[in-house]
Write a protein that binds this ligand. Structure first.
Ligand SMILES: Nc1ncnc2c1ncn2[C@@H]1O[C@H](COP(=O)(O)OP(=O)(O)OP(=O)(O)O)[C@@H](O)[C@H]1O
Length: 278
């Protein structure tokens, strides 16, 4: 694969201004365009910091000392932020903080960036209607953004991020305030996203195992594991104290292995392991 078609982190370290220690320590990783990368880890292990670097928010909005490199599609979010910014959709924690504060309605909020890009009204209306339907916000389009529930606000933040049709989508715990149905719909939607590289921080291990191409595991600012969900959860050290997927736990209890000897991490792999046993 061309170097400019990849995301490459090379020995990336980040220390916030005034902090004594680095919050990201020598992180090296790669992903390919179009992959979904699930980022997991316990609290304060550097997941949000990694998202902020991938989004260029560090150091362009939040200052920090960075060493090593982060290259996305041949661009550096650190050094070429204005160009890079136009490729990305970003949903960081606290979705309410991402609202423009200038829109009277949810529809206007979603249209905000598109108007700034000079896109025609017709195209804007179509895109807003389409993305609102995908995010289950059609009935809310005429409401004020401030009147939305926490889960709806998160869906609006996602909608404003994807309405610009970004090449790269970076989402930090985007379902934390959604109810179970909203979360299920979100992951179903994400599984069907095409032609977009997605970085998603989430503690929804079962959902991530089903949709992610790669899992990156953060611990104390270091990226300690990276690989497919099956490889990562089979080899993840119990000392990391990260829960395993439900399918894995069930299979471990029943001693059901896949033909390659690994324990399953998704319901379909669980069925495969069960069928192989009977
Ligand atoms: N703006 C900042 N300035 C200084 N230190 C920060 C800043 N933001 C985060 N930190 C520190 O960096 C470390 C990593 O935090 P980060 O938010 O990246 O972790 P996280 O894995 O996303 O945690 P959580 O799951 O709780 O959101 C923490 O010790 C945190 O206190």
């Amino acid at each position: 694969m061309d170097e400019d078609k990849r995301i490459t982190l090379d020995n990336l370290s980040v220390r916030y201004r005034g902090a004594e220690d680095a919050q990201l320590k020598n992180v090296s990783a790669t992903a390919s365009i179009g992959q979904i990368v699930g980022i997991i880890g316990n609290s304060h292990t550097g997941k949000s910091t990694l998202c902020r670097v991938l989004a260029g928010v560090i150091p362009n909005i939040i200052s920090a000392e960075i060493t090593g490199s982060c290259e996305v599609l041949g661009h550096s979010p650190v050094h070429e932020w204005p160009n890079f910014n136009s490729l990305t959709g970003v949903v960081l924690q606290n979705p309410a903080g991402q609202l423009s504060g200038l829109a009277d309605t949810v529809a206007d909020e979603m249209a905000f960036d598109l108007i700034n890009q000079g896109i025609s009204e017709d195209v804007i209306n179509k895109r807003v209607a389409n993305v609102a339907a995908q995010m289950g916000l059609t009935d809310q389009l005429v409401q004020t953004p401030e009147s939305l529930s926490g889960g709806q606000m998160q869906r609006l933040a996602i909608a404003t991020a994807i309405v610009t049709q970004p090449t790269i989508l970076i989402m930090d715990d985007p379902t934390s305030e959604m109810d179970p149905l909203g979360r299920q719909q979100f992951f179903h939607w994400l599984a069907n996203v095409q032609s977009t590289t997605v970085f998603i921080v989430s503690s929804e291990i079962d959902d991530l195992s089903e949709i992610a191409d790669r899992i990156w595991v953060m611990d104390d600012g270091q990226l300690v594991e990276q690989g497919t969900p099956q490889a990562v959860f089979n080899y993840l050290d119990a000392d990391r104290q990260i829960p395993k997927p439900t399918a894995y736990q069930l299979a471990a209890g029943m001693n059901w292995h896949l033909s390659n000897g690994a324990l399953p991490v998704t319901p379909s792999e669980l069925k495969e392991a069960y069928d192989g046993k009977n």
